[in-house]
Design a protein around this ligand. Structure first.
Ligand code: G3H
Ligand code: 13P
Ligand code: ZN
Length: 341
């Protein structure tokens, strides 16, 4: 199966009332872990690369690994998505390379740190929508700002400083024509999201529900959605790591989000924790080993386990064979027709 459009995947998820995990990758083993989890659970899947991932991997390597994944797992609908594009140029270069979906994160300026004005966000996102849709490529926008900093990207702060305003969300969608909308409801990127288990009020689920009430047909996206499980933290700390106590987003809150319009759930940190724990364990228990395969295989297996669990919890499991892929070329016609209406 060729790489498919995220719009189609999310439209299908909306029909089926489930969510789709979007997992970040930087290398071959992470792509393999996700594809094996997708095969085992029969899940459609979104694989995403940040700017940092594109730089780390030289993105052409990553792109060809994705083509290999599509070829080796033909039964899995697979999207290649740009995570947190910081500018028109970044999104354009991803589209030119062959990504089938891009995020224009216009909530922050090009520096990836400073919040933009509403008008600046609309302007850059609208421009990306124009070039993306002309090529059949999906666009995710963001309104409101997440907390935390990853790889230099992010406004910092607690995640509650720039919660999305539902009225602005409606105006933003009308003015930009995005396919999916990332909203800020109190989550942050990275491992340190909350200092105790967050409940529905800390997470502003009421804001999410209000946005869904006003925009029932828009696919909502939850960033910063790692659950930061205690057992993964414990493995790292047991084998010499130094993570401070921390809490992530409880899976039951994500499931509540899915019942209220969330279709894409971004997860990176949980997989980073799983990989690091597995590698530390090999290093600590068998310090004589030096073949990278001796620790990369357990690392890949540990990530596969986390991804398969999330695919089941988000509800995408079992849906890989529900539909035939619409080609990116066909999607061009879809957008042309939609624009003519
Ligand atoms: O949005 C953040 C993702 O976890 C990607 O992180 O920018 O460190 O690759 P990164
Ligand atoms: P986490 O850091 O919670 O995994 O969030 C990842 C993310 O939102 C990527 O865009
Ligand atoms: Zn994110």
């Amino acid at each position: 199966m060729p790489l498919v459009s995220m719009r189609q995947l999310l439209d299908e998820a909306a029909k089926g009332g489930y969510g789709v995990g979007a997992f970040n990758v930087n290398n071959m083993e992470q792509i393999q872990a996700i594809m094996e989890a997708a095969r085992d659970t029969k899940s459609p899947v979104i694989i995403q690369a940040s700017r940092g991932a594109r730089a780390y991997s030289q993105d052409k390597f990553l792109y060809h690994l994705m083509l290999a994944a599509a070829e080796l797992y033909p039964e899995i609908p697979l999207v290649m998505h740009l995570d947190h594009g910081n500018s028109f140029a970044t999104c354009k270069s991803a589209i030119d390379l062959g990504f089938t979906s891009v995020m224009m994160d216009g909530s922050l300026k090009e520096d990836g740190k400073t919040p933009t004005t509403f008008d600046e966000n609309v302007e850059v996102t609208r421009a990306v929508v124009e070039i993306a849709h002309a090529k059949g490529v999906t666009v995710e926008g963001e309104i409101g700002v997440l907390g935390g900093i990853e790889d230099g990207h992010g406004a910092g702060g607690s995640g509650l400083e720039h919660v999305t305003d539902p009225e602005q969300a409606v105006e933003f969608v009308e003015k930009t024509g995005v396919d999916a909308l990332a909203i800020a409801i109190g989550t942050s990127h990275g491992a340190y999201k909350f200092s105790s288990k967050p409940d529905g009020s800390v997470l502003k689920m009421d804001v999410l529900m209000e946005i869904h009430r006003r925009l029932p047909n828009v696919h909502l996206v939850m960033h910063g959605s790692s659950s930061v499980p205690k057992d993964l933290q414990d493995v790292i700390n047991q084998y010499g790591g130094k993570l401070k106590p921390t809490w992530g987003v409880p899976v039951e809150e994500i499931q509540l989000g899915i019942r209220n319009g969330v279709r894409k759930i971004n997860v990176d940190t949980d997989n980073r924790l799983a990989i690091t724990g597995a590698i530390r364990k090999v290093f600590a228990e068998t310090p004589e080993k030096f073949d990278p395969r001796d620790y990369m295989k357990p690392a890949r297996d540990a990530m596969k386990k986390v991804v398969a669990l999330r695919m089941t919890q988000f509800g995408q499991a079992g849906h890989a064979g529900d539909y035939a892929p619409i080609s990116i070329d066909e999607m061009k016609k879809y957008y042309t027709k939609a624009a003519a209406k």
